[in-house]
Design a protein around this ligand. Sequence first.
Ligand SMILES: *[C@@H]1O[C@H](CO)[C@@H](O)[C@H](O)[C@H]1NC(C)=O
Ligand SMILES: *[C@@H]1O[C@H](CO)[C@@H](O)[C@H](O)[C@H]1NC(C)=O
Ligand SMILES: *[C@@H]1O[C@H](CO)[C@@H](O)[C@H](O)[C@H]1NC(C)=O
Ligand SMILES: *[C@@H]1O[C@H](CO)[C@@H](O)[C@H](O)[C@H]1NC(C)=O
Length: 340
Amino acid sequence: MRFVTFLAGVLATTGVFAHPGHDIAQEIAERKAGLQMVSHRSLDHCTEVIKRSGLEARLVARRNELADRLIKKRGLVGKTHLFTAQKRADPINTSHKFSYNWNLDTPASVIFASNRSCILSPEVTEGPYYLTGEYIREDLVENQAGVDLYMDILVLDTKTCKPVPNVYVEIWQTNSTGVYGGVIAQGNGNFADKTNNKKSWLRGAQKTTEDGVVSFGTLFPGHYTGRTTHTHVMVHPNAVALANGTIKDTTASHVGQFFFDQDLITLVEKQSPYSTNKQALTTNAKDGILQQSSKSGDPFINYIYLNGKDVMGGLLGWISFGIDTSLTKTVRPAGQFTGH
Ligand SMILES: *[C@@H]1O[C@H](CO)[C@@H](O)[C@H](O)[C@H]1NC(C)=O
Ligand SMILES: *[C@@H]1O[C@H](CO)[C@@H](O)[C@H](O)[C@H]1NC(C)=O
Ligand SMILES: *[C@@H]1O[C@H](CO)[C@@H](O)[C@H](O)[C@H]1NC(C)=O
Ligand SMILES: *[C@@H]1O[C@H](CO)[C@@H](O)[C@H](O)[C@H]1NC(C)=O
């Protein structure tokens, strides 16, 4: 049984409501306040450190191996796909699509988008769909259908530019038709479906390696009314694994959201089952939270097509983000996952 309590009292009188209890204007204000506490707003100053420390070379090797493994698993042969990223100052108008045959000659800024990495604020709200007690696992898909998205995430300390090892990174997102598993709430799929609180799909946590990285096998998220397509992320510096393979922790050093190129969203949304989603679609250009986060960094997932040609072959995505390990906040979960 799952126990889910609803967040009350977060309703404000102004702002766009994605659904009851979720005030986007308030989320933006909280994020802005949080960013003011962070000493470094980008990872520019880390580019050289990452290179010199050998982390860059290890990340290149890791992502090459991941791409090879995922491509082989699909019975495909890797082919060079031309990298056409346009370097523009505004991340919303920059393609985050890459070739999968990157190598050590590729500049660090290209591989890790170091100049454009996002800094996750310690004070961003976790939103109304955060649950504690999720499984520690790499594969989050369970029975859900959609475009495969394999995510490789690097967590850096913004003060030292060193990777942050041994912390739990948790992600959660909607399924391909824009519903969060685990939470019964108006605006989240069928409110009358009381089985939704027993769902654990597309949520999970992983502990960072010595190099500060975690990976997840998930799906490209769907969209829901009032928000552009996004994935939530939270870093737990103090979480301890429970005997049943879950973590239950209500403190986090960082909470944030990852976004996707609009072109990519448009392509994915044409595929089934995404195309059956009847909820209104909000584009990146119209999403206030994204507009705000892209002012202080680049919160977009970089990606390749695993089959070199289209989204149906699945995606490998990666992103680096910086955290201030000295800051923590208490998070307000909508409930706790207690099993199926
Ligand atoms: C990243 O920053 C460095 C140093 O400020 C600069 O030389 C380089 O051109 C930048 N790269 C990109 C892709 O903006
Ligand atoms: C997404 O989840 C909701 C709630 O469980 C479910 O009704 C819907 O069928 C799911 N979408 C797909 C494509 O399975
Ligand atoms: C992206 O660029 C296009 C064409 O220059 C422009 O019309 C659009 O407003 C830009 N979008 C954003 C979000 O800056
Ligand atoms: C895992 O164990 C904790 C502590 O005993 C419990 O509260 C939680 O419900 C369990 N979760 C699952 C998924 O079994």
